[in-house]
Design a protein. Structure first.
Length: 573
């Protein structure tokens, strides 16, 4: 029968049948070969085309204050990017992209035309996940989404110069964000992800390297005290129409920085609107001639050298003295003063007369031992170390000018740190800004000298004719020293441009807090440190002493409470 059919069949039809069967057999053979012998190779090639190794960014660590209040956090955001080779939005989609993302239509069309032949370009970075989801739902060819994080500062402008900020790639570029960038950044991970034909992630297959989140940073800052410091600084800025006002509040026994600020400030959450000139942390970055706030250290050098009788009476009249052809004048009109009176009345004449026998080298060496001319242990980015003059031979006028705070330059943090010697029986306590990193004290002057100068500074606030009387707080003994210095320029000292300063210790009988205040270029309601900076100190410390429940001098419970407060200073301040 078959032979009959084949005999009756057209030879060309037979040829087609033979070819068809041959191809079928060949195809089946090839498929069998690929499935059995080339399975691994083909699976690998398919995986190459559908999977990608994606670097996963770590969440940046949080910055907290000493009581675990968040100061800088990272929030999830989305980034949209395009592959220009695939990007081909319709006119309506271009309009919607412009509407939702505020991206210029010209830029969108330029990306679509891809003149540079690129395969990657950002469309919009760090936008809300809701907006990104709306764009993805438009199904525009070549548009993809990536998860990122955005830095957010819950306290807005508070502590802004200290915290600093990050760039768009979450790298710290100012302040604590820069100083501890490595710790906060973490380590990126690596994941293998599977994409479909539309480049959408279908599943995550394998983690090659787990992401390591950034480590948190805990500051010594007390946000409550920081609020009161900034409130007082803003008030002082407005009242005295000043260029800027800066302050630092330190725990006297540990050197922990509880608050520091400079106003005007800026809002790190509003990058496009803040003024770059307000970014600098003036507490560390600005150096200046300190004026009379340096006198307690000069007096400490005088007492240590023991070349002047501690009960000496110094002639001040007629209110000026000529040294090496220069005239040094006093604001007051005192005829004579003892050593305590020189500090109380802030006498340049008296300070010069006791400093010259002591010698400029002795004062210079003590200032260096106190940390002036060197950065503090905080290592804050942009800190200026200032200078302390060192000479082979000291002229009388060089010694005199150094003794009352000229020819030396310091920053406000150095001043606060140096004043710890008067609160700790002559031991210098290095400053710290990270909780749990308090540094070991170092003895600089004797307890007798430190306590003598401390008593003089109490007299400079509470004594008759005291320059710092406006820093006094009812019920508490306050030690402090005011200072006023003229601002220098390349052509000499500027006319009617001053810096007003006050550094104080509270309470003086059981020191807990040290605060240094600087008002730069006050132009209204006075310019002397005692009139401008001292009231700011008073306003802040009244709140600090109340909030921290520090008993007044009259309280019988004071010693017992003080003992309990000092047991664990990191938690009690």
């Amino acid at each position: 029968m078959c032979s009959v059919i084949f005999q009756a069949t057209n030879p060309r039809f037979t040829l087609v049948i033979i070819i068809f069967y041959s191809l079928s057999i060949g195809l089946a053979t090839k498929i069998t070969y690929l499935m059995i012998f080339s399975h691994d190779f083909l699976s690998n090639e398919g995986r190459k085309r559908s999977t990608r190794l994606i670097e996963t960014a770590p969440v940046r660590g949080t910055i907290f204050d000493r009581f675990n209040q968040p100061l800088a956090v990272s929030t999830p955001v989305s980034t949209l990017w395009v592959n220009p080779k695939q990007f081909s939005p319709t006119h309506q989609q271009v309009v919607l992209l412009n509407k939702y993302l505020a991206v210029d239509e010209v830029r969108i069309r330029t990306l679509a035309s891809n003149p540079g032949g690129k395969s990657f370009a950002y469309l919009a970075r760090r936008i809300s996940p809701e907006v990104a989801s709306r764009i993805i739902q438009l199904s525009i060819p070549g548009v993809y989404e990536r998860q990122e994080h955005k830095r957010f500062y819950p306290q807005s402008s508070m502590l802004a110069q200290t915290l600093g900020f990050t760039n768009i790639d979450q790298k710290g570029i100012e302040g604590i964000e820069l100083l501890y960038n490595h710790q906060l950044s973490g380590i990126p991970g690596l994941e293998e992800r599977t994409f479909n034909l539309h480049k959408r992630v279908t599943r995550e297959n394998r983690v090659y390297k787990p992401v390591t989140p950034g480590r948190d940073v805990y500051l010594t800052i007390d946000s409550t005290l920081q609020y009161y410091v900034e409130k007082a600084l803003i008030k002082g800025l407005e009242e005295h129409a000043a260029k800027s006002v800066s302050a630092i509040l330190v725990h006297a026994k540990t050197g922990e920085i509880l608050a520091l600020s400079t106003v005007p400030s800026f809002n790190p959450n509003a990058r496009r609107s803040f003024d770059a000139k307000f970014i600098r942390n003036r507490v560390f970055a600005d150096v200046y001639e300190p004026g009379s706030v340096i006198k307690p250290f000069s007096m400490a050098a005088v007492l240590t050298a023991n070349v002047i009788d501690k009960n000496a009476i110094v002639k001040i009249a007629p209110g000026f003295v000529k040294i090496n052809g220069y005239t040094i004048r006093d604001v007051g009109r005192d005829s004579q003063l003892d050593l305590a009176g020189i500090i109380r009345r802030s006498s340049n004449v008296g300070m010069s007369k006791v400093a010259i026998p002591t010698g400029g080298a002795v004062i210079s060496r003590l200032l260096t031992d106190l940390g002036f001319g060197n950065n503090t242990a905080v290592y804050f980015p942009g800190e200026s170390s200032g200078t302390v003059p060192v000479k082979r031979a000291w002229s009388d006028i060089a010694t005199a000018s150094l003794s009352y705070g000229y020819s030396v330059s310091v920053n406000l943090a150095q001043l606060a740190q140096a004043y710890t010697v008067f609160a700790n029986d002559g031991d210098l306590i290095p400053l710290s800004l990270i909780k749990g990193e308090a540094k070991l004290p170092r003895n600089v002057i004797s307890p007798e000298v430190a306590n003598s100068v401390l008593d003089m500074m109490v007299n400079a606030v509470e004594g008759p004719g005291a320059g710092g009387k406006r820093a006094g707080i009812e019920g508490y003994s306050i030690a402090g020293k005011s200072g006023t210095s003229r601002k220098a320029s390349s052509g000499g000292y500027k006319h009617n441009k001053y810096r007003a300063m006050f550094v104080g210790i509270a309470p003086a009988n059981e020191p807990e807090f040290i605060m240094a205040v600087l008002v730069d270029e006050p132009t209204a309601n006075g310019y002397f440190g005692g009139a401008v900076a001292a009231p700011i100190f008073k306003e802040v410390l009244e709140n600090v002493l109340r909030i921290r429940n520090i008993p007044s001098d009259e309280s019988e419970m004071f010693p017992a409470v003080k003992k309990s407060l000092s047991a664990e200073p990191s938690d009690s301040v």
